[in-house]
Design a protein around this ligand. Structure first.
Ligand code: ATP
Ligand code: MG
Length: 275
């Protein structure tokens, strides 16, 4: 019996090592540079894809430089960081009831806002494998996709791009097949764990699919420590918001609900208050 347990423990260790290898940068990658420095990945070796101002304006990415336009995201950042630090949460999923509520826009703005704090390292993954969109906003299509990474077919380094020194994104080149099954797999979970262990970010943000479009979120949320529900004013239906908030609460910790696309912003808060 003891022998059997020892053999199983050994097999588990071997499996973990294989998965870590899959998630770690490829040593013989086309870049041919050493990608590890010590026990964690050297972020400086990740290809840089800077986000330019013209693109930011076009895609409503207002948290790039700070200032008045970044205020809503900076407020969200401070509250999210405080809650996550207090609770020891590292992975934040951003979801919504229906499509088009602004998840990807908010995910990238929040990541950029956090990355303006130079002592924090942030990762942002596009985990919407049915209609991946984040690469279009970022303006960078990687040679492989995050779903290939989670399937164990491609090392994360081959997908990773660096927007700034402390912000690394994992995007998709194209949609993936069977995302719900992929999110359910132990392999995907182990690879996400291994990426977190190797890359050592302070925080990982997941851009995820809308909850009412598929069952992807059911298994995906178990890989997040907490979630934000984005609802769009004059678009999201109240029963849908209620339903999704309750369901999300059964799957992970709900950090809060963000009301997006509101046509009547409150000018008594944020920078406007000081003018
Ligand atoms: N606060 C806002 N005000 C007006 N338009 C917005 C706002 N936030 C996002 N949008 C716009 O809404 C559209 C959808 O945004 P986005 O792609 O971020 O949504 P999504 O929830 O990720 O969509 P999907 O479910 O298809 O992935 C985009 O054209 C985006 O620029
Ligand atoms: Mg999106």
């Amino acid at each position: 019996m003891e022998k059997l347990e020892a053999a199983m423990a050994k097999a588990r260790e071997r499996r973990k090592a294989v998965l870590r290898e899959a998630a770690a940068p490829a040593r013989k990658s086309a870049l041919a540079v050493p990608v590890r420095s010590g026990p964690s990945v050297d972020w400086g070796t990740v290809p840089l894809v800077p986000f330019v101002a013209a693109r930011a304006r076009r895609f409503r990415i207002s948290a790039l430089f700070g200032g008045r336009d970044a205020t809503p995201y900076d407020l969200l950042r401070s509250r999210a960081l405080r809650l996550m630090q207090e609770n020891g949460w590292k992975r934040l999923a951003i979801t919504s009831p229906e499509a088009g509520c602004g998840k990807s826009t908010i995910a990238l703005n929040l990541a950029l806002s956090i990355a303006r704090q130079k002592d924090l390292r942030v990762m942002l993954f596009d985990l919407d494998f049915r209609r991946p969109n984040l690469h279009k906003i970022v303006g960078h299509t990687p040679p492989h996709s995050m779903h290939e990474v989670l399937a164990g077919d491609v090392p994360f380094f081959d997908v990773a791009a660096r927007i700034s020194d402390n912000l690394v994104v994992g995007l998709n080149q194209a949609p993936g097949s069977n995302p719900a099954e992929l999110f359910q797999s132990q392999r995907a979970k182990d690879i996400l764990d291994a990426i977190q262990e190797d890359w050592r970010p302070d925080l990982i943000i997941y851009d995820t699919p809308p909850m009412l479009g598929s069952d992807d979120h059911v298994n995906l949320m178990s890989k997040a420590d907490c979630a934000l529900l984005v609802v769009a004013a004059e678009m999201s239906k109240l029963p849908n918001v209620d339903f999704c908030e309750k369901e999300l609460g059964q799957l992970t910790k709900v950090m809060g609900v963000v009301l997006n696309k509101c046509r009547y912003p409150d000018d008594t808060t944020g920078y406007a208050y000081y003018e």
